[in-house]
Design a protein around this ligand. Sequence first.
Ligand SMILES: [Zn+2]
Length: 142
Amino acid sequence: MEPCLFCESAAGRLPQAVVYEDEHTMAFLDWRQSAPGHVLIIPRRHLQAMSVLRSEDGARLLRCAALISEAVARALAPDGMQLGGILSNLRDAGQTSEDDHFHLHLLPRRHGSTTARIYPFGDHVSTESVLEEIARQIRDHI
Ligand SMILES: [Zn+2]
């Protein structure tokens, strides 16, 4: 199995444009800048799935995201900021090896930007019955 790119990055064996790091988290520029200032935020230890995050992991990652968001806003003056693309367990969904390591994408947004749309299919609204069925399926597993 190929090494995890983000574990290699966290260990300093893969060069990254690091903007912040501490004992638990690391933030660096995505090699594929969806927009200038596109930052990836990772836990230093390999966490594959969102479901294994402990509350302190989540708190550290969100605290880091808030810190970096403020810095990016001051440095690049975007029109808005998106914390998204919270990726977890995506290798089985056809993604690449770095998607085995839980991470957050912080994306500065400009007016009119179409990157990382949450609603790529436009304004299509699901019916109430479809929404309720999906909600029931999820509730049954909480
Ligand atoms: Zn990893």
